[in-house]
Design a binder for this molecule. Structure first.
Ligand SMILES: Cc1cc2nc3c(=O)[nH]c(=O)nc-3n(C[C@H](O)[C@H](O)[C@H](O)COP(=O)(O)O)c2cc1C
Length: 189
């Protein structure tokens, strides 16, 4: 059976991140032919073009982790109606040096959880615009704006609400199909 390696980003540095909890839920609910591995962003310095000639080890590890993935998944909060700075910084690192954009043709999906009912919709639109410029092959539907209500998730990512579990499981199944479609025409070398 073919299986796919998905590198996932959690866009929050919070030790109590609800998006990390969401990522645990997605791992639980993903089809068995997806293997999810976190790509860390918390150790990266702020990007500057001054580093382009000699990336620091943390940034090289980031690019290596993306290169080792068949697809990437972004699980992110919304900060002030946009992308959290730490996540945008990681994307900037991965998109450079010029001509070595790690996201080129890479299957990608976006999801996020918020304590407000808007469920990260505005941040996801910002992120989608960035990923478009980076030429990632994004899953456009389904969208997933998760209103994080206490009681629907345990800390280790068990989803206690049946319709939420079904929705998130469907999202991951659709992502799997999207990865397969993209890699059929754009195989990873
Ligand atoms: C700097 C900051 C900005 C925020 N801006 C938004 C926002 O624009 N929209 C929203 O729904 N929630 C916003 N929130 C609340 C987040 O939804 C909430 O803090 C959530 O727990 C963040 O996700 P995390 O727990 O994964 O870090 C903001 C929180 C912070 C700390």
């Amino acid at each position: 059976m073919v299986s796919y390696r998905v590198g996932y980003f959690v866009g929050s540095l919070s030790s109590t991140s609800i998006n990390r909890t969401l990522s645990r839920a997605l791992i639980r609910l993903a089809p068995t032919d997806l293997t999810l591995t976190e790509i860390r962003i918390d150790n990266l310095p702020l990007y500057s073009p001054d580093f382009d000639a000699d990336y620091p080890p943390e940034a090289r590890a980031l690019k290596d982790a993306i290169a080792a993935s068949d697809a990437v998944l972004f699980v992110t909060p919304e900060y002030n109606r946009s992308i959290p700075g730490a996540l945008k910084n990681a994307i900037d690192w991965a998109s450079r040096p010029w001509g070595q954009n790690s996201f080129d043709h890479l299957p990608a999906a976006v999801i996020g959880a918020s304590i407000g009912q808007i469920g990260t919709a505005v941040a996801q639109q910002s992120l989608r615009a960035v990923l478009s410029f980076c030429n990632a092959r994004q899953m456009t539907a389904p969208e997933a704006y998760v209103y994080f209500q206490p009681g629907r998730f345990t800390d280790d990512g068990e989803v206690t609400d049946e319709s939420t579990a079904r929705f998130l499981g469907d999202f991951m199944n659709e992502f799997r199909d999207h990865i397969e479609r993209v890699l059929t025409v754009l195989p990873r070398s």
